[in-house]
Design a protein around this ligand. Structure first.
Ligand code: F2R
Ligand code: MG
Ligand code: MG
Length: 309
């Protein structure tokens, strides 16, 4: 089980980075053959803010042994300060700046964003994979996912979207750990019933229904959405995994070849699929090209050691 957890944790982090970097290429190469040529032409696969924030969250979980919101906020802000060019959404940099220049905590500042509504962007969900790996099928997962989200995303939809994505990674990791095969329909239904907001529950119910009907991906994307808002991207990312759970590549292509916020769709699907299938199932040609791949693999192993089976 220790080796399986380690493989699953490394798979989740590298899967996120691969999905993010390849998804970013799909913004300008949206057809399968064109994308394959673009990947071959790249000396390195460069990830974006999705993976930079995932790394910060994994490091914070390992250092703190759980979610310490102030320390997580500080680590996210430090990563942003080192690499502000990673393509961050507009909200997090504002929060980092204001928290640094005031006596307010990160969560207090995050609550003021977007006219006091807080953010419902997909930024908390795209980075939450390490919480799923660490807590898996444990009851603490839900609170840890909320706590990790609240550092930048205070809107109930932003928090709920992150918690459902964390649960998807948690279910995938737990199945991998115990060598069990996951039932896509049962998983979609249980994720729907775990959601706390009507909007996300209804989207996940639509995912379950469309999976059962065998609806084509473009129809699913049009129905549930694929935008920068979490309720319009996380459900399609989970669908892309559940449609073909045995193939990282097929899940990733479904996530990123139907338009929208494709780096983030890739990061979310890649994290779930990588956790479920383990590091050895990731396409080796891409794995060796991904930026900081050795560090991501080591970080996954350290995360597994910090939260053992
Ligand atoms: N920033 C980007 N990409 C820019 C180009 C996107 C692409 N071309 C596309 O069209 O999809 N990528 C990175 O940002 C996203 C994650 O963003 P995050 O961290 O959630 O940021 P923020 O600012 O909190 O939220 C994002 C946008 O969502 C809308 N929004 C959020 N809360 C809202 C609210 N309460 N009311 C109304 N709108 C709200 C705003 O438009 C925010 O700008 C990822 O895609 C990552 O890759
Ligand atoms: Mg991004
Ligand atoms: Mg994005």
């Amino acid at each position: 089980p220790r080796d399986r957890l380690s493989s699953s944790a490394a798979g989740a982090l590298l899967g996120c980075a691969l999905g993010d970097a390849i998804g970013e290429l799909a913004f300008s190469h949206a057809a399968e053959e064109e994308l394959a040529n673009a990947i071959s032409a790249q000396p390195k696969l460069i990830y974006t803010d999705d993976t930079a924030m995932t790394i910060a969250l994994a490091e914070s979980l390992i250092e703190e042994g759980g979610i310490d919101q102030q320390r997580l906020g500080q680590r996210l802000a430090d990563h942003f300060a080192e690499e502000p060019w990673r393509g961050y959404g507009p909200g997090p940099p504002k929060i980092f700046r204001k928290a640094r220049n005031s006596n307010l905590t990160f969560t207090q500042v995050a609550r003021d964003l977007y006219n006091g509504e807080g953010s419902l962007g997909n930024g908390a969900a795209m980075r939450v994979g390490p919480v799923g790996v660490a807590y898996r099928d444990r009851p603490e997962l839900w609170d840890a996912a909320h706590a990790s989200a609240e550092v930048t995303h205070a809107h109930p939809i932003g928090r709920d979207g992150a918690a459902v994505q964390a649960l998807a990674v948690g279910v995938a990791t737990a199945h991998a750990l115990h060598g069990r095969r996951l039932d896509p329909l049962v998983t979609a239904e249980s994720l729907a019933s775990a959601a706390e907001t009507n909007l996300i529950r209804e989207k996940m119910e639509a995912v379950a229904r469309l999976l059962a009907e065998g609806a084509p991906p473009p129809k699913v994307a049009d129905t549930v959405g694929r935008s920068i808002a979490v309720h319009e991207s996380m459900p399609f990312a989970i669908y892309a995994f559940l449609k073909t759970p045995q193939s990282f590549q097929e899940s990733l292509h479904c996530a990123i070849l139907n338009g929208g916020d494709v780096d983030t769709l890739g990061a979310m699907t890649g994290a779930i699929s990588g956790a479920y299938l383990g590091i050895d199932a990731l396409p080796i040609g891409c794995r060796i090209k991904v930026e900081n791949g050795a560090y991501l693999e080591t970080l996954g192993k350290r995360l597994a050691e910090a939260f053992p089976a």
